[in-house]
Design a protein around this ligand. Structure first.
Ligand code: ADP
Length: 971
């Protein structure tokens, strides 16, 4: 099996190649450059010490060359030793340095150097030797010269003496001549002697002195000579002069002097002898020769130093050449490395491009391009190109998927074509059918028209019947309501028993007559407008719940259990005619309760799907009642049909309920059926389809509803801001068989009226915010309030005030505290169509609890002990809070606030006949309305004590009531 390599892994491999090759090239380049760096470092380590050695060689040799002439020029032994020692030390140091250098750099590196150093060593020794020799010759010459000059000087002195002597003898002769006669022999002899002896002698001595002086000068010149050529004339002159002197010394006549002069002459002759061993000429010649040799030695030394320089320079050149070679080699390596790196980078680039081109492009991007191209074509409807998957990777997966899509698209296209053909076929058939139908229709039209005429006639008759029924029932119902109202009023009047019984029978008959009238009315209404179907969004569960809530109290009274069975899949919201459904369910469940004496009644819902967006609701009402015989089961759905006469007698009724239900069921497109077993029970089943609806569209609250069949009782709205008053009014109404809803303000009332249908409004005149008067005016402006009976209630009963209320739109007026009789009379009047009645007369009832508790006694008679106790509790719960609000308003001197609260509290106190508290509150209200703060405070002072007294009275009464209700339960 081929291993599956993912695109991710392949892209990673490509990336590794693309990124890895340059990295590898860089890595190798780094290695090569590291070698070059090491070679450069070695070169540096080797050449720098060699160059410093070279410098030291040169320095040493320069020192030697500088000091060597000093050695050559020394003129005493100590200086010579000093210079010689210094030069010896330098040469030794140079030699030492050389040996170390050779040891470090190998013998081969310094052959020239060694030779030069050895030559310098020898040159220094030679120079020293020659200088030493010259020093000894110079010393010998100095001593010889001293002796020669001493002998010359002594001989010169002697010659001077001999000259002087000769001069004196000459002078004596001359003077003798002056004494002798001229021409005498004596005179002539003396003259002869003078000429032959004395003048000759004088001449010889003169010559001896001058030649000796010359010899002294020549000796001095010898000492100053600097080259050998000067010696030759001196040597000749000196020989000549010494010969003359020797001859003149021989002429000295004085023997003593002559001997002395011969000794001196001998010294002079030995020192001036050129061939003699101590001769000054020979010594000077030796010195001058040594000078020449010293000069040569120095020259040789310089040559050696030059040799050393040359050797050092050679070595330096070699080192330099070596460094240059190494540098050149490094450059070569670097150049090679650069070339290699560039090559490697180029190669890496080429390889990367190759990977991109052959691998990434070939394997991935070109295939993706192809795929995208394919998909674009597919989207454009070109389905002829097959997609062949390559390999086993993700793209291949996509290619396979695209191929699947392509095939599906081909299949869809084929299907689409088939469907179009079918549709065309269908259209042809439909046209044919339509033609057929048109023909048939034409044929039938005649028949239908005939039938239509007949039906219209029948319908007109039926309609006339229904209209008559509706009109009659309506016309009868209005006075009937008045009769019943009067009967209810009468029932509380405390008649004797027999009359009370008659009254009760009259009331029952009236009520059942009213029921019949209501049924007839709603049935005829159904006949007249039943085909009209309303569509609202509603919750079926909520509708069922309302029915159960309404009928449960009646069921309980009979000891029957009323169950509601809702399935979990009950739809949250459906769309349909909620009112009709509700009426059907109410009729069915109230029948079930009515015809069941024991056991249970169940209202059950079952839900079944009924196609797109629709459900079938199956509503069953089962009971364990008397059941219906098989013969009666179809009949009972007809109007005015009951099972039998016995049922009619025993249970009353009109036989219209089920007829209405079936009518509604038909209008709703549903069905109503019954299954029943006599003496076991019945099951009525209503079934209809409803559209499913969005629960968000449900009305916020299902308006309260009073079933048509319960039409005899009114649905009243009590507008009253005090809870106790609300409770009292509601209790009165409920005891009269009506239902009531309480609101606290005129605004709320107007609001509620728009949403809920009422038969009657009890409107307190003094309300917080919008007054009852204004609220009534506005109510009359509403469409639903135009004909609505409104009964005004107030403690202010002055004529103008009452007239003002009636003018504002109230139908009649009842004074507070309200009594049930006055209320019933007012209701009877307004529902009977009369207006502007005013009910002010105080009620007079028996007082079972004694005169001290008048108000409570009346309330007890009207409400019964439990309700009265509840009213007391309600009052006591609220009175503390009210009293605090009142005190705060008085403190703040808020006259309007004081008036409002005092008025409200006064009304509540009036319900319980608390005359002290009522009077206190009235005084406070009057002071507040007069705006008198002082009077307000004065009146307020009495109120707390009155409240405490009222509280004590009411608590006692409540205790008494509790006992009474226990007794009532026990009996
Ligand atoms: P009404 O209840 O006013 O008589 P209906 O049309 O509601 O009129 O009922 C017609 C008759 O059907 C009743 O009189 C009664 O005999 C019979 N009926 C209706 N519901 C039941 C029930 N749940 N059990 C027994 N009988 C019933």
């Amino acid at each position: 099996m081929k291993s599956r390599t993912g695109l991710g892994a392949r892209l990673l491999a490509a990336f590794l190649v693309i990124a890895g090759l340059p990295a590898l090239a860089g890595f190798f380049g780094w290695f090569e450059l590291r070698d070059v760096t090491q070679a450069q470092q070695q070169l540096y380590d080797r050449s720098i010490p060699v160059l410093s050695d070279m410098r030291r060689f040169t320095e040493e040799s320069s020192a030697i060359i500088t000091v060597a002439p000093e050695l050559a020029a020394v003129d005493d032994e100590a200086a010579r030793r000093d210079r010689a020692a210094y030069l010896g030390a330098r040469v030794a140091a140079l030699s030492d340095h050389l040996s170390r250098f050779q040891a470090e750099h190998g013998g081969g590196s310094g052959g020239e150097l060694t030779r030069a150093v050895v030559a310098m060593e020898a040159g220094i020794a030679e120079l020293d030797r020659l200088v030493k020799q010259r020093l000894s010759l110079v010393q010998a010459r100095r001593e010889g010269l001293d002796r020669a000059l001493g002998a010359t000087s002594a001989l010169l002195n002697m010659a001077d003496t001999l000259v002087a002597n000769a001069e004196m003898s000459t002078a004596a002769v001359i003077s003798n001549l002056y004494d002798d006669d001229t021409g005498s022999a004596q005179h002539l002899a003396t003259l002869d002697k003078l000429i032959e002896v004395d003048l000759f002698e004088l001449g010889l001595m003169f010559e001896l002195r001058s030649r000796t002086a010359e010899i002294g000068l020549l000796f001095n010149r010898i000492a100053g000579l600097s080259d050998a050529a000067g010696l030759v004339p001196i040597r000749a002159t000196l020989g000549e002069r010494t010969e003359i002197v020797a001859r003149r010394v021989a002429a000295i006549r004085d023997p003593g002097r002559a001997a002395q002069a011969q000794t001196l002459l001998g010294t002079i002759l030995s020192l001036s002898d050129p061939a003699g061993p101590g001769g000054l000429l020979g010594l000077t010649e030796g010195i001058l020769e040594l000078d020449g040799r010293i000069e040569s030695a120095q020259a040789a030394l310089r040559v050696s130093a030059d040799g050393l320089h040359v050797a050092v320079t050679d070595l330096a050149s070699r080192v330099q050449a070596e460094a240059q070679r190494a540098g050149a080699a490094s450059l070569e390596v670097i150049r090679a490395t650069r070339l290699r790196s560039a090559g490697a980078a180029g190669l890496a680039l080429l390889l990367s491009l190759a990977v991109l081109w052959f691998y990434v492009r070939g394997n991935i991007s070109r295939r993706l391009d192809n795929l995208s191209d394919m998909m674009t074509r597919l989207a454009a409807g070109q389905l002829d190109m097959r997609v062949a998957p390559r390999g086993n990777d993700e793209i291949a997966g996509m290619e396979r998927a695209v191929e699947v899509f392509r095939r599906q698209a081909i299949a869809n296209r084929t299907l689409e074509e088939a469907r179009r053909r079918n549709e065309e076929e269908l259209a042809r058939h439909r046209n044919a059918l339509q033609e057929l139908v048109a023909e048939k229709t034409e044929a039938l039209r005649g028949e239908v028209e005939a039938h239509a005429v007949a039906r219209q006639k029948a319908e007109a008759a039926d309609r006339a019947k229904s209209e008559f029924l509706a009109m009659m029932s309506h016309e009868i119902r209005t006075p009937m309501n008045g009769v019943l109202g009067m009967l209810r009023t009468l029932s509380a009047e405390g008649l004797p028993d027999a009359q009370l019984e008659q009254l009760r029978a009259a009331r029952a008959s009236g009520e059942s007559l009213l029921t019949i009238l209501n049924d007839i009315l709603s049935y005829s209404k159904t006949e007249l407008s039943g085909a009209h179907l309303e569509r609202v969004v509603f919750s079926v569960a909520e509708v069922m719940q309302v029915i159960v809530t309404l009928l449960d109290p009646g069921a309980r009274e009979k000891g029957i259990v009323l169950w509601l069975d809702l399935p979990e899949d009950a739809p949250a919201a459906v769309m349909g005619d909620m009112a009709k459904l509700r009426q059907i369910l109410f009729n069915l469940v109230s029948n079930a309760v009515k015809f069941t004496e024991e056991g249970e009644v169940v209202l059950r819902l079952r839900v079944r799907a009924a196609g797109a967006g629709r459900v079938t609701l199956i509503l069953e009402v089962s009971d364990t009642g008397k059941g219906i015989s098989a013969q009666a089961r179809q009949r009972i759905f007809e109007a005015f049909e009951q099972e039998d006469g016995l049922t009619a007698r025993r249970y009353g009724g009109t036989g219209l309920g089920l007829a209405i239900c079936r009518k509604f069921a038909e209008v709703m497109g549903g069905a109503l059926s019954v299954e029943s077993t006599p003496h076991v029970g019945s099951v009525f089943t209503f079934m209809a389809d409803f559209e499913l609806a969005d629960p968000a569209l449900l009305a916020e609250s299902v308006p309260e509803w009073t079933p048509e069949r319960a039409g005899r009782s009114l649905h009243a709205l009590i507008v009253e801001d005090h809870s106790v008053n609300q409770m009292v009014a509601r209790s009165y109404l409920e005891r009269m068989g009506h239902t009531a809803v309480c609101v606290d303000s005129g605004e709320d009332a107007l609001d509620l009226l728009k949403r809920e249908r009422f038969d009657l409004v009890l409107m307190d005149v003094n309300l917080p915010g919008l007054s009852g008067t204004d609220a009534t005016r506005r109510l009359r402006g509403l469409p639903e309030g135009q004909d609505l009976p409104v009964i005004g209630i107030s403690a202010h009963v002055q004529e103008e005030e009452v007239a003002q209320q009636l003018d504002a739109g109230m139908d009649c007026f009842v004074a507070k505290p309200v009594s049930p009789e006055r209320l019933a009379a007012a209701i009877a009047q307004v529902t009977g169509g009369q207006r502007r009645g005013v009910f002010l007369s105080p009620r007079s009832v028996s007082l079972p609890m004694g005169g001290a508790r008048d108000g409570l006694g009346a309330m007890l008679a009207d409400l019964g002990p439990e309700q009265t106790a509840a009213a007391i509790r309600l009052y006591l719960d609220g009175v503390g809070e009210e009293a605090r609000a009142l005190a705060a308003a008085v403190d703040a001197e808020d006259a309007a606030g004081v008036a409002k609260v005092a008025h409200r509290m006064k009304g509540a106190a009036g319900n319980f006949s608390l005359p002290g508290l009522s009077a206190g509150l009235r005084a406070l209200e009057e002071a507040a309305r007069a705006g008198d703060a002082g009077a307000m405070r004065g009146a307020m002072a009495a109120v707390p004590a009155e409240i405490a007294a009222a509280r004590a009275t009411l608590l006692r009464a409540a205790d008494g009531l509790a006992d009474q209700s226990k007794v009532a339960v026990n009996t």
